[in-house]
Design a protein around this ligand. Sequence first.
Ligand SMILES: [Zn+2]
Length: 55
Amino acid sequence: MPMSDSKRGIRLFRRRNRDDLLERSFVECADCAQPVYVFAETCRGCGHAVELRAG
Ligand SMILES: [Zn+2]
């Protein structure tokens, strides 16, 4: 999915839906269990490489 389409979609959502979307934009780090943004390549807390789930 193109990034531009994703951003445009977020602006159309109401606040409640947007919160839900934001929650789903994070995955749990397999190493330290911290929430890691799905588009991030590595965990910001421990540097563990995160698998991309987008698409
Ligand atoms: Zn981590």
